[in-house]
Design a protein around this ligand. Structure first.
Ligand SMILES: [Zn+2]
Ligand SMILES: [Zn+2]
Length: 417
């Protein structure tokens, strides 16, 4: 019976309870509050018409339903909360709110009521889920405390035996010393020295001194079973930077450039709307809708936007961003582009801007930076081309996209209809 062997036995005094994934150390009200915080910063821009907000609202509701269907209630609740903040609190303050086309607004309002019911249903389900998860955390914590007390008690008992045996044991050999060091490396998280140290007179032996040094240098023990459980939604929903991945058919820019070639050759910009749907936890771009529009060398303005919305609505598509050409410039987002991107991204955080610059053989996939870009553009009251501060950075290359060679894209050219 060597010292090392005695120590080894002490390493496994009580088996730890297994961590369950369906629990949380955060109180339910706090968790709901953190989901709601996202929507509060949404700004209403007067250059985006109330009708356009309503159309986006209907798409937000569609996305929320898709999330709920996948079981991702938190994401569904976040988007619905943003939606409610926009439509109940902020949109009525829009200067054009009362002038908006009454019949359309009435039609959209009806659809939006469904979203309110959905939000309250999801809130209730989340509240129940959080309460259960918090309760099971509290119960396990209580069980852990009881187990710890029992563990301390049993170690004290074993210490008595250990010190008794130490007195009658042979001096520690070099072999047992190295065995001890190996055990230390294998079980760095376990602690026994707090409970059981050799008696003072035994520590004066040089070999035991060095073993004690190893014990004291170790990091404090951590009870990993107390770590807050990972949220189950994060396990089932792969995200990048908290965003769902947007899958883009890799030849989409090439096809788009081919269809709008005539404009590009005349140095006229063309834009299209990226559309698709939530499919197996990613947003898949399936269509590019090219609306009626008029363009210049550095801008393009859509017309008859109702057609885009009707096309999307009849096929259950949602807007996932936009694409446009820079016939004679490089690929970047101009000040006007930044404001356009804001209007997409505020409704759908995953929305992206693709900029094709064929003269420079460049294709950029951009998004506003989530802190500075969204905040600065959201608060900027300027219209048309205007300077923005060069720092901080307002837009960046998207990290949440992946180019996909397995899906084709359909180009829908509404210009000729
Ligand atoms: Zn541009
Ligand atoms: Zn601006």
């Amino acid at each position: 019976f060597t010292t090392a062997f005695v120590l080894y036995i002490y390493r496994h005094p009580v088996s730890r309870s297994k961590m369950m994934s369906s629990e949380s150390a955060t109180p339910p009200a706090e968790r709901l509050q953190s989901l709601s915080a996202v929507g509060a910063s949404v700004q209403i821009k007067k250059d985006i018409s109330p009708i356009k907000y309503f159309r986006s609202g209907i798409q937000m509701e569609k996305v929320a339903r898709a999330y709920a269907k996948e079981g991702d209630l938190e994401r569904a609740y976040k988007i619905l909360h943003r939606f409610i903040t926009l439509f109940i609190e902020k949109l009525p303050k829009h200067p054009l709110y009362k002038k908006a086309e009454a019949s359309r607004m009435k039609e959209y309002s009806k659809k939006i009521h469904g979203a309110l019911d959905l939000a309250s249903d999801i809130k209730q389900r989340l509240s129940d889920q959080y309460a259960t998860e918090y309760q099971s955390f509290l119960e396990r914590q209580k069980r852990n405390e009881i187990a710890k007390l029992a563990e301390a008690q049993s170690k004290l008992e074993e210490c008595k035996d250990y010190n008794l045996k130490s007195v009658t044991m042979d001096p520690v050999t070099d072999d047992s010393q190295s065995a001890l060091m190996v055990i230390e490396e294998q079980h760095p998280e376990d602690s026994m020295s707090d409970y059981c140290k050799p008696k003072q007179n035994y520590e004066s032996s040089s070999s035991i001194d060095s073993s004690n040094y190893i014990l004291e240098q170790r990091k404090p023990s951590v009870d990993r079973s107390l770590k807050p459980a990972t949220n189950i939604n994060e396990i089932v929903s792969p995200t990048l930077d908290g965003l769902r991945c947007v899958k883009i058919p890799e030849r989409l820019p090439e096809y788009f450039l081919a269809v709008v070639q005539k404009n590009t050759a005349s140095n006229i910009e063309t834009c299209g709307i990226l559309s698709g749907h939530l499919m197996k936890e990613v947003f898949q771009v399936t269509h590019v809708i090219i609306p009626k529009q008029h363009g210049t060398a550095d801008s393009c303005t859509t017309e008859e936007e109702e057609e885009i919305f009707d096309y999307q609505d009849s096929r259950d598509l949602v807007t996932l961003g936009w694409i446009h050409t820079h016939p004679s410039q490089t690929s970047f987002l101009s000040s006007v582009d930044l404001h356009t991107q804001y209007s997409y991204q505020i409704m759908m955080p995953e929305a992206i801007a693709i900029v094709c610059a064929p003269r420079y053989n460049q294709t950029g996939y951009f998004t506003l930076t989530r802190d500075d870009g969204l905040d600065i553009i959201g608060n900027c009251k300027e219209v048309g081309f205007h300077p923005h501060p060069s720092h901080p950075i307002l837009f960046e290359e998207c990290k949440h996209i992946c180019l996909d060679s397995t899906h084709e894209v359909q180009l829908v050219d509404l210009r000729s209809t």
